[in-house]
Design a protein around this ligand. Structure first.
Ligand code: SAH
Length: 213
């Protein structure tokens, strides 16, 4: 399945809906208008690709709702050339938005099947994260830190400690915190020891799984 005018038209409508819902960052709106979300999901669902809702992907996971992706990205506010770590690659849609925004993206996925499928898709779509790692997001990337930004796209029951340590001073992390539902949380590292925390309402994500899960 490739791109076509029907999908392009639907993306423009989706982008204008997201503007109305409060996405004011033009580059993020451009990314929603440009990136063919239908290529990140099962072809059987492509008619639903530009409805603003989460959809199932492989291995019982989900591609987040476009509004949620745009909202998290807007909170992160990644600038071109910044080093960004994404936890939970999943379909790769959020990764491709970060790539579109010209950041240096590092991304981690713990599900091997998704890791394999999404690696292939990245090659096909010419999306080039600096690193795509099969591993545990709670650990982060000790060899590549510190990061300007960290975006967690699965619901974490608590703030992942290791990830806080991998932020630059002035770096920020956007992470949904909670078990059944999650509170969108932005944490800014203001010094070696101090962090400032703000919250932005309730969301629902698939869980960020631990070793024991
Ligand atoms: N960013 C994705 C969202 C996928 S859903 C997208 O745009 O499609 C969340 C993803 O987090 C799932 O793929 C799940 O397998 C992954 N995940 C869950 N726990 C994880 C962990 N501890 N480390 C890395 N990835 C994890």
């Amino acid at each position: 399945m490739e791109d076509n005018f029907k999908f392009k038209g639907r993306r423009r409508i989706l982008a204008s809906e997201l503007k109305k819902k409060g996405i004011i960052n033009n580059q993020i709106i451009n990314s929603i208008e440009t990136i063919p979300r239908h290529l990140f999901i099962d072809p059987g669902l492509s008619e639903q690709a530009y409805i603003d809702k989460a959809l199932p992907i492989d291995s019982n996971q989900t591609i987040s709702q476009p509004y949620t992706v745009a909202f998290q990205t807007q909170l992160l506010n990644p600038l071109p050339g910044e080093k960004i770590l994404e936890i939970g690659t999943g379909s790769g849609y959020q990764t491709s938005i970060l790539d579109f925004l010209k950041t240096d993206v590092y991304t981690i996925e713990r599900n091997h099947n998704l890791f394999r499928l999404t690696s292939k898709l990245f090659k096909k779509l010419n999306i080039n994260p600096v690193k795509f790692k099969y591993g545990d997001g709670y650990k982060g990337l000790t060899d590549d830190c510190p990061f300007d930004g960290i975006i967690v796209t699965a619901g974490s029951p608590y703030v992942p400690e290791n990830l806080l340590k991998q932020l630059k001073i002035g770096g920020r992390m956007v992470v949904p915190i909670g078990k059944e539902t999650q509170v969108m949380t932005k944490i800014i590292r203001i010094s070696v020891k101090d962090f400032k925390k703000e919250t932005f309402g309730d969301f629902k994500f698939v869980p960020m799984l631990d070793k024991k899960d």
